[in-house]
Design a protein around this ligand. Structure first.
Ligand SMILES: *Cc1c(COP(=O)(O)O)cnc(C)c1O
Length: 463
């Protein structure tokens, strides 16, 4: 399988190259040259298989030429062995035709573990073959950083540096998940600034080509194709558990950067009978507005109780826009330039129709999110994290004859303040990480200064 850039002006790459590169050199995102299409029989054959076997079959056509089945099998096994549930992504019923897909049984209690654990294994295998070493630097508002540290801790040919904003925007659980791993290759950096500052310094490092080459900088942010691919798997396991391909299902996906819901779109393109794919946003609703009005316009970010969805620009949206324009890289490129330079763009009529055929959308205000946590708990006994509550609120407006699966993207204990405010109870951590508050923390405070950051990274990498 070859991968092409959404802006049409970068060379096509293999899966392994696209994974190690992340962002294309023309500023675009890599997408598969073509999406494989499965028959109903192939989908029906997934029924009852372990998660890992479904993952092997879903990944196989996309990684062809880079990883064989025999190479892939142990990597998938290692990626998911640390999960706290044998089904990996179990379903739980909320109401007559409404199900939750629990994606929070991984080591850091959020769905990002599904992708990050796998990309950790895949990158490690690729580096072992090439004999290279890389430096991963990431910026996080919480969940991505801890998932990356968990995935790369202790790996011999990788150093991982995570920049997170100092202060209260990162919850204590999120911070401790980043600062308590003791391995020498893990570096948690608390930056004197906000998340935008972290992202800006990260971008500066990627744009400093001499530095980038010297430390062999690699990225694992949500635009990395390998992360999207890993997330396609649980759309198959859950839909098949509810009767696909013999009956259709719908999904509601709490959305920020559009990575998770784009994975659902890929599953649908592969032939999974998904009736509706519903994009759920919090008060930072650029995606909902785009789908409703046909115009994408930036607005500032207002901090919410579902912080992992507080985004201004949804980077993976470019991938679906590329398809909506019949894979025209020049048009996609022009629209992305307008977004960056003029703060927005109008989606062309045909492209907008395509998007509305593929996606429904809705938003939840802060009050609606809290009320959904309280109401769901009273009605079912289930405690939702605030991101999942955004999804459940929006899903409830889309319930019908087709079973609805809402993605539960994090464990409630990861956001205890919001849950306590809504229900009066503080959700406990799962027993396997109950000692998180007792483990020693290791963190380096860093100034919001590029040169100082680069010096620090160089000193640790060459050590
Ligand atoms: C990252 C995240 C999201 C948003 O996922 P995207 O792929 O960026 O749309 C939702 N919920 C939680 C808990 C997250 O960590």
């Amino acid at each position: 399988m070859r991968y092409v850039s959404t802006r049409g002006r970068a060379p096509s790459l293999s899966f392994e190259e696209a994974m190690m590169t992340g962002l294309a050199r023309d500023g675009g995102l890599y997408v598969p040259e073509e999406i494989p299409s499965w028959s109903a029989e192939e989908i029906a054959a997934l029924a009852g298989l372990p998660y890992e076997e479904v993952a092997l079959r879903v990944l196989r056509p996309f990684v062809a030429g880079s990883f064989t089945d025999d190479q892939l099998r142990p990597l998938i096994a290692r990626a998911y062995e640390g999960f706290g549930h044998p089904a990996r992504a179990p379903l739980r019923q909320l109401a007559p035709n409404h199900f939750l897909l629990e994606l929070f049984h991984g080591p850091t209690l959020a769905f990002k573990d599904f992708a990050m654990q796998l990309i950790g294994q895949l990158m490690q295998a690729a580096l072992a073959r090439s004999g290279e070493r890389i430096t991963i630097v990431g910026a996080t508002s919480g969940d991505t950083g801890s998932a990356a540290i968990e995935a790369f801790r202790g790996l011999s040919n990788v150093d991982v540096f995570i920049l997170f904003p100092s202060g209260p925007r990162v919850s204590e659980v999120q911070r401790r998940q980043m600062t308590t791993p003791g391995e020498d290759n893990v570096h948690a950096l608390s930056l004197d600034g906000d998340f935008d500052a972290c992202q800006a310094r990260l971008k500066d490092m990627f744009n400093d080509h001499a530095f980038r080459d010297r430390v062999r900088l690699a990225g694992v942010n949500s635009i990395n194709w390998a992360r999207v691919l890993a997330q396609v798997v649980y759309y198959f396991t859950s839909a098949v558990a509810l009767g696909a391909p013999h009956r259709p299902v719908s999904f509601t996906v709490p959305t920020g950067n559009f990575g998770d819901v784009f994975a659902g779109y890929v599953a649908k393109r592969m032939g999974l009978p998904i009736d509706r794919l519903v994009v759920a946003t919090n008060q930072n609703d650029i995606l909902h507005r785009t789908l409703q009005t046909g115009e994408q316009r930036k607005a500032g970010v207002t901090p919410s109780i579902s912080p992992s969805m507080d985004i201004q620009v949804s980077s993976n949206f470019e991938r679906v826009l590329f398809d909506a324009y019949g894979r025209d890289g020049d048009v996609t490129s022009a629209q992305m330039r307008a977004l960056a330079e003029e703060g927005g763009f109008a989606v062309g009529q045909g492209a907008w129709e395509y998007l509305r055929e593929q996606f429904d959308s809705g938003r939840a205000s802060e009050d609606e999110t809290s009320a959904t946590i309280a109401r769901t708990r009273a009605a079912t006994g289930e405690t939702l994290c605030p991101h999942t509550a955004v999804g459940v609120h929006v899903a409830e407006a889309h319930l019908g004859a087709v079973p609805m699966i809402t993605l539960a993207t994090a464990h409630p204990a990861k956001f205890p303040d919001a849950v306590e405010a809504a229900t009066g109870d503080r959700p406990p951590l799962p027993s396997r990480m109950a000692d998180l508050y007792d483990r020693p923390e290791r963190v380096t405070d860093v100034p919001d200064d590029l040169a100082a950051l680069q010096d620090l990274i160089l000193s640790k990498v060459s050590a």
